[in-house]
Design a protein around this ligand. Structure first.
Ligand SMILES: [Zn+2]
Length: 642
């Protein structure tokens, strides 16, 4: 049974701990007031028994993809609704895993309370209780799909999967006191404050539901914690992997991670976390993951990411991206993406800032920290530009529409993506911010940069509670305060209008030219190797997987003009059995082969021989120096000294 008095005493202890970790005496007056207001709210809520959740999560069988939840909720009495989180911050979409919630039982003092799911809102449950009922218990199991959040050796504990709350109550106004039971002997990490540990059960300090859901945990059999910084607050790399070997990081890697913390703080000017945890999971079974939080990030990648060079390049991008989100996305968030609970829909129109600028910093920091070579940095932007520019979808659809349509753009199928466009606010967004960075450098004769915008927009020492939402006007005004320019028109042309060419200003004004040649692009190699396909979008205009299946085609280039389309399978290449190597070698040989390229293709039961009119050989994008202009692009890649 829920005991309000006991909870109040526990909270007194927890809050004194929280005071210490928050360095309360160093906070601004406004921040102190907001903390005091929350603590007062917790006491008041506990005293009257309203808006509190006591959550007991039993993840001791997580490696079997099942986690049990026991939850005690205070309610106002009478009819009420329970809600399962649907709109998950950072996912920008209604991705709540309601289908994985099973064995749902609600009781009051041991007596069953009947629930009925809403006819239309599948995440809402209607319940009836007499006015005197002040507290209920909810039990359910979270059964995850294998390969999504747990494997035999590690698990990601996402609290949004593991609770319901009283519908209609803002998440800032719900106090959560949680415990987590781990698999026997496993270690864990989370941005939450641990108050005590009994065997494998961890007890956490109370916090509000917003912060709680924003503070997931990872747990694993093989686990290591690597301190990256204590200046001025702790930053830690927490790694769970499939094997004892997988979690071993070289001294050079750790040094680069420490450098990332330093470079990010220098670029943004301060930070807004009380401490920060990178929650890194390394598994080929556990699913890729990249989800930002204010004081942590879920960074899920392949098992060999710490030992394989190509995968390490990918990891550098992932860590830099998710870490940047602590500033851009969490501390500063578009008003249209800021919602009071997990039910109100988010509006994605500003994702070209939220994700686009983050994507840009996710490419800048690996270069500034030495995790990417200068060549890799240039190849990344050459690839991004070519990829965006050659999409036929840009002829009908402005960039902002890929963001407004975010509810389905993440799950867009690969087939016909060239015509459809997908989450282009990431990649094309990064080109726009590169363009802006170079423009600021150009107009200020190299004295100012986008970092000056970051300092003004994302800097300072305010905590998350002080976070300010923004809209396009705020972006334009802040940029104007750095360098006077018609920034509104700059964004209208690149984001809001149909733009037949991708933004190339960052490259050309940055002192470089785009070329295509037969030298492999370093950033493409990473992508191709991890996904078992070849990307020939820049030569004949298609992507083919290792079985010969055509995944995408550009109808304006030679393969598309010859009639190839997704759904077809290439069986033979110039009479030889298909393999990715045979296919790529045949494209390379088109330079010398006057007959072009002949493909035997099947489409279901039908088969045909298709002749591709192409003589260009392999085409991979790169940048070459334009000596007539200052090299602003490589200035961007240089580490900041102060
Ligand atoms: Zn992101």
């Amino acid at each position: 049974m829920f005991n309000a008095e006991l909870t109040t005493i526990q909270q007194l202890c927890y809050d004194s701990l929280t005071f210490k970790t928050m360095q309360f005496h160093k906070l601004s007056a406004a921040t102190r007031l907001s903390k005091i207001a929350f603590i007062a709210f917790v006491f008041a809520a506990a005293a009257v028994g309203q808006n509190t959740i006591k959550l007991e999560v039993d993840a001791s069988q997580a490696f079997r993809n099942i986690v049990h939840v026991r939850e005690t909720l205070s309610i106002a009495g009478g009819d009420f609704d329970l809600f399962y989180p649907k709109w998950i911050p950072g996912e920008h979409s209604p991705t709540g895993t309601i289908n994985d919630m099973v064995n749902l039982y609600v009781t009051n003092e041991g007596k069953p309370l009947e629930w009925q799911r809403d006819d239309v809102e599948m995440f809402a449950f209607h319940l009836k209780a007499s006015p005197g009922v002040k507290q209920i218990e909810v039990n359910f199991d979270d059964v995850s799909q294998p390969g999504t959040v747990a494997t035999a050796n590690l698990a990601r504990i996402k609290w949004n999967r593991l609770l319901v709350y009283q519908r209609g109550v803002p998440s800032d106004n719900i106090a959560v006191t949680a415990s987590l039971k781990l698999p026997s002997g496993w270690n864990y990490a989370s941005a939450l404050t641990e108050t005590s540990k009994n065997g494998d059960t961890i007890n956490f300090a109370p916090t509000n539901l917003t912060t709680f859901i924003d503070s997931p945990a990872i747990t694993g059999r093989y686990f290591v914690k690597i301190p990256l910084s204590t200046d001025p607050v702790p930053v830690e790399m927490d790694i769970a992997g499939e094997t004892a070997d997988s979690i071993k990081a070289t001294p050079q890697t750790v040094a680069a991670w420490k450098n990332l913390v330093r470079q990010a703080n220098l670029a943004f000017g301060g930070h807004h976390y009380r401490h920060y945890q990178f929650l890194l999971t390394l598994s080929d079974e556990g699913g890729d993951e990249g989800l930002e939080h204010h004081e942590s990030s879920e960074d899920g990648t392949s098992e060999k990411a710490l030992s394989d060079q190509l995968q390490a390049a990918d990891l550098a991008d992932l860590l830099s991206h998710e870490y940047s989100h602590s500033w851009n996305g969490k501390y500063r968030r578009p008003a249209s993406l800021t919602t009071p609970d997990f039910e109100k829909p988010m509006v994605g129109d500003m994702l070209w800032v939220y994700e686009g600028l983050t994507q840009y910093m996710g490419h800048v920091f690996p270069a500034r920290t030495g995790m990417w070579t200068p060549e890799y940095f240039r190849d990344q932007f050459a690839l991004t530009y070519t990829d965006m520019n050659l999409q036929s979808g840009r002829n009908w659809r402005p960039l902002v529409d890929t963001a407004r349509a975010v509810q389905f753009t993440y799950s867009s199928p690969r087939a016909w993506m060239n015509a459809r466009r997908r989450v282009d606010y990431y990649d094309e967004g990064s080109l726009i911010w590169l363009d802006a960075d170079v423009l600021i450098r150009q107009k200020s004769g190299g004295k100012l940069s986008l970092d000056d915008f970051l300092h003004k927009f994302h800097g300072g020492t305010g905590l998350q509670g002080d976070a300010a939402t923004y809209d396009l006007n705020d972006i334009v005004q802040t940029l104007n305060s750095v360098v006077a320019y018609d920034w509104r028109q700059f964004f209208i042309e690149r984001v809001y209008n149909v733009a037949k060419q991708a933004p190339i200003g960052g490259i050309t004004n940055g002192g470089w030219k785009l070329i295509l040649n037969d030298t492999p692009n370093l950033a493409m190699q990473v992508d191709e190797r991890s996904h078992s396909f070849v990307n020939e979008l820049y030569s004949i205009g298609l992507i083919v997987n290792s079985e010969g299946g055509i995944r995408d085609v550009n109808r304006e280039l030679s393969a598309g003009k010859a009639g190839l389309s997704p759904g077809m399978t290439i069986r033979k290449v110039n009479g030889n059995e298909f393999s990715l190597e045979v296919f790529r070698n045949a494209i390379a040989a088109t330079c010398e082969n006057a007959n072009g390229l002949t493909l035997d293709v099947s489409n279901g039961a039908s088969a045909e021989t298709v002749k591709i009119d192409y003589r260009g050989g392999l085409q991979f994008p790169h940048l070459v120096r334009d000596g007539s202009k200052p090299d602003y692009l490589m200035d961007i890649a240089k580490a900041r000294q102060e």
